[in-house]
Every structure is written in C-alpha cells, then in structure tokens.
Write a new protein. Structure first.
Length: 45
C-alpha cells in the first residue's frame, strides 16, 4: 500500500507521513487503516 502512495503526489504522501508519525497506540492499527482509506478517498474525490 505504501508503495502506491509513494507514486502519488508528495502532498498526499505528506498526509500519510503525518498519520505514520502519530504516537504508537494513539490509534489502533485497524482504525489507522480506516482513517488512511478515508483520507485517500477524500483527497482523490
């Protein structure tokens, strides 16, 4: 999945990095994935 994002614009990648930089345990992995999917669909809509 990360590889696909790297092929996207740097702006989108910056959002992904922002999520990745969140403290461990701040959000569950499942919720994190859902947030990223929602964010991607929002940016690409």
């Amino acid at each position: 999945c990360i590889e696909r994002w790297r092929k996207r614009s740097r702006e989108m990648l910056s959002y992904v990095r922002a999520f990745s930089s969140l403290p461990r345990g701040f959000v569950s992995k499942e919720r994190e994935d859902k947030c990223l999917l929602s964010l991607l669909s929002f940016l690409t809509s």
